[in-house]
Design a protein around this ligand. Structure first.
Ligand SMILES: C[S@@+](CC[C@H](N)C(=O)[O-])C[C@H]1O[C@@H](n2cnc3c(N)ncnc32)[C@H](O)[C@@H]1O
Length: 322
């Protein structure tokens, strides 16, 4: 039987874009997800992909930090007439399946235009141009049952905005990525940080590139304040670190917060993991020189993740990154 693949818009945040492809490739590999790319521009915040089903799309969203959200694609085109033709055709073709969604009690359509500003009136006009959609429910901006998104992509260069949008897209909001973790693990509220602490977003992206999964043994040989261990533990890894700097490992180094003169007695990497509900993932941190390894020849880590060199995964893949 032929598989019915579904089309999705992957909507990415425009931050750390260099990590986007590597993170995507690592997550699909981690879950063994099948996919087909329908668009090729890596820097474009909107990617079009096919997954075999919503479950695969959901699994990807359940790990991605680079991703804002996943939208089920109804229509995509490079010109407005083509876009509206495509949307009408989609609605006709999927009448049966869409009946419940268009018949929902409440809905919301959001207009998002990338690289070009439009007034509220202009946005409403864009919504009204889709008055052929057989929507029955009432508008509910706060808590709608169904959320549709109309997206226009006006290129990436703010100094040379094209005369017309390059892509026009429409679809139903399905899943959110994991960007809330960036705030949750923010260094601003973290108990123990230092000058070397790695930003939460980059740490999470790196843990994804290292394909850390629940129950893995993860090691950072240049652990510093343990930021990479935090993200690895958040994804279920059992974490272990080493650093040459005794003061750092024991959280006795100089405080890096302007407001702090001396370190609290209970600052430590372990305390950080406790703060994030991952205390059970903490194995240990040691004072050790990387150039003089103390490990038994047969010890095996699932991932080695560090910001002093390349990132490795002992399932056999070099995962890139510094
Ligand atoms: C860039 S920092 C790592 C920062 C860390 N990711 C964090 O969150 O704080 C590099 C660390 O490598 C440690 N280091 C430098 N040379 C080392 C060596 N030969 N063996 C082990 N650690 C070393 C330094 O003390 C420093 O803490």
């Amino acid at each position: 039987m032929t598989k019915l693949w579904k089309k999705y818009i992957l909507w990415f945040a425009q931050e750390h874009v260099d990590f986007r492809v590597a993170e995507f490739e690592s997550i699909v590999k981690l879950f063994g997800l099948q996919f087909r790319k329908l668009s090729e521009h890596r820097l474009n915040p909107f990617w079009l992909v096919e997954f075999p089903n919503d479950e695969a799309a959901h699994q990807y969203a359940s790990r991605s930090i680079a991703l804002r959200s996943i939208i089920e694609l109804y229509s995509h085109a490079h010109t407005l007439p083509e876009f509206h033709r495509g949307l009408k055709a989609y609605v006709d073709l999927h009448q049966g399946a869409l009946k419940e969604l268009f018949g929902a009690d409440s809905f919301k359509i959001t207009v998002e235009t990338y690289n070009k500003h439009f007034s509220q009136r202009e946005k409403v006009d864009k919504i009204e141009a889709m008055d052929y959609l057989p929507i029955e429910g009432a508008v509910n901006l706060k808590n709608p049952q169904v959320e549709w998104w109309y997206l226009e992509f006006w290129g990436l260069d703010p100094t040379s905005v094209p005369a017309a949008p390059e892509d026009i897209l429409f679809g139903r909001m399905l899943f959110q990525g994991q960007r809330h973790l960036i705030k949750q693990l923010s260094l601003k509220q973290r108990k123990f940080i230092g000058n070397t602490s790695m930003d939460a977003q980059l740490s999470l992206l790196m843990a994804n590139q290292a394909m850390v999964r629940d129950g893995d043994l993860v090691f950072d040989p240049f652990v510093g304040t343990g930021s990479l261990l935090v993200s690895a533990a958040k994804f279920g890894g059992y974490v272990l670190g080493a650093d040459i700097d005794f003061m750092m490992v024991h959280a006795r180094c100089r405080p890096s917060r302007i407001t702090q003169k001396v370190r609290e007695k209970d600052e430590s990497i372990r305390a950080n993991l406790q703060q994030y509900g991952c205390a059970d993932r903490y194995m240990d941190v040691l004072v050790a020189d990387f150039s003089n390894p103390l490990w038994h020849r047969r010890i095996s880590f699932d991932s080695i993740i560090t910001d002093r060199g390349s990132l490795w995964n002992t399932r056999g893949d070099r995962k890139g990154g510094e």
